[in-house]
Design a binder for this molecule. Structure first.
Ligand code: SOE
Length: 392
């Protein structure tokens, strides 16, 4: 039975890929889940007046503006949802928390550890909810994996093997975007997608990363200017007008976890043929789990006592008893990328109502930020790379 609940009025800042995704999530969440409060998309904040007006009309935001401060200052806004490039996160989040708003902030939380720590301090002083958008925590198969690991099914964890592989930058003439500008994005594949792997690994294992040994690589050092509209992928019209790439294309690092696990991580947006292969495998002394987002409705599970003869079992995580899945389609019809964001909106609303703890907190996201900083610091010390001897 659906009942009417009090509104939770949302101002969303950003009209790009994530802005559209979050809009869809706020609208869809109350249609499929019974929520303690009803998210009410109220004000859309964009960058350029024409594009903002167009986005507001298409997505049925009743009001729009290009001044995010207006959203923070209005008494009739409860939530500030930040979907802008990283260099703006701290300023907006700090102002929003000071104004008593609940905050949902896209990942990575900030562009530096100092900013992330300031945001975390502000969040702990504020009486409101502050959540970071590590959306993969809301994948049903990964939530199930976490439950299995917490129940001891994997045992003592030895290996964490995480890869996040995309290829939307593998063409050297794929256009420039803010994600390739260090001043705006903070880092490249490392912070954009490696941050997801770091968060997922720490969240699944319940262990923090304490040390890393890393390498970063930029294969394509300039890319064609895109023009006014920024986004993922696409082909540039004029390939001679180029902008410098000031971030990593790929990151690779080993990691030590405080519970004793050994991690191997890889993040790249130049892995030809891999579109959104966010993979993780965890091996313990009692079993293992393996996941690949390109097959997001499946979890591979291995029980060392029972499965020796057959290897990993494939669990189709689409049934009513699985996390989040019961609210959706019957008998195994499966979910997609956008569902993660709907689940995130659901959990955000429930956290605001005090029904569940906030996850991930700004403190969790700051721990990810510390790992990102350690990776960059390690990669800067090329001296650690031991040269392989040449044949005599
Ligand atoms: C681009 O690499 C991107 O859109 C990331 O920014 C998202 O966080 C990830 O979920 C999908 O890929």
């Amino acid at each position: 039975m659906t009942t009417t609940t009090s509104p939770l009025r949302i101002a969303l800042i950003g009209t790009g890929f994530m802005g559209r995704m979050h809009t869809h999530a706020w609208r869809t969440a109350p249609r499929f889940f019974d929520l303690p409060l009803t998210p009410e998309p109220t004000l859309l904040v964009g960058h350029r007046p024409d594009a903002t007006a167009e986005a507001a009309a298409r997505w049925e935001w009743p009001e729009h503006t290009v001044d995010w401060r207006e959203a923070v200052e209005r008494d009739d806004i409860d939530v500030i949802d930040i979907c802008t490039p990283g260099q703006t996160h701290a300023e907006i989040a700090l102002a929003a928390l000071a104004a008593g708003k609940h905050v949902l902030c896209e990942k990575p939380l900030a562009n530096s550890v100092a900013e992330a720590e300031e945001m975390t301090d502000a969040a702990s002083r504020a009486g409101s909810v502050a959540m970071c958008g590590f959306s993969y925590r809301r994948t049903p198969a990964l939530t199930l994996a976490r439950e299995l690991i917490a129940a001891g099914r994997v045992g003592e964890i030895r290996h964490v093997r995480a890869q996040y592989l995309q290829d939307w930058l593998s063409d050297p003439d794929a256009p420039h975007t803010w994600r390739l500008d260090r001043d705006r994005a903070g880092s490249g594949a490392l912070g954009d997608i490696g941050a997801h792997s770091i968060d997922t690994a720490q969240w699944l294992t319940g262990q923090d990363i304490t040390g890393v040994s890393a390498t970063l690589r930029t294969f394509v050092t300039s890319r064609p200017r895109r023009g006014e509209v920024e986004g993922l992928g696409g082909v540039a019209a004029d390939t001679s007008d180029r902008l410098p790439v000031t971030v990593d294309d790929a990151a690779a690092f080993t990691a030590h976890f405080d519970g004793g696990a050994l991690g191997v991580f890889e993040a790249t947006r130049l892995a030809t043929g891999r579109r959104n292969a966010n993979r993780i495998e965890i091996n313990g002394d009692r079993g293992a789990i393996a996941f690949d987002f390109e097959r997001m409705n499946e979890l591979e599970v291995y029980d060392a006592a029972a499965d020796v003869a057959q290897g990993f079992r494939r669990v189709q995580v689409t049934e009513a008893q699985h996390p989040y899945a019961g609210a959706w389609w019957p008998v195994g019809h499966g979910l997609g990328y956008e569902h993660l964001f709907t689940h995130q909106a659901v959990d955000f609303v429930r956290a605001v109502a005090g029904e569940i703890p906030v996850s991930p907190t700004f403190a969790d996201a700051t721990q990810v930020q510390r790992v990102l900083a350690a990776v960059e610091q390690s990669a800067a010390h090329d001296s650690i790379l031991t040269t392989v001897a040449t044949a005599a």
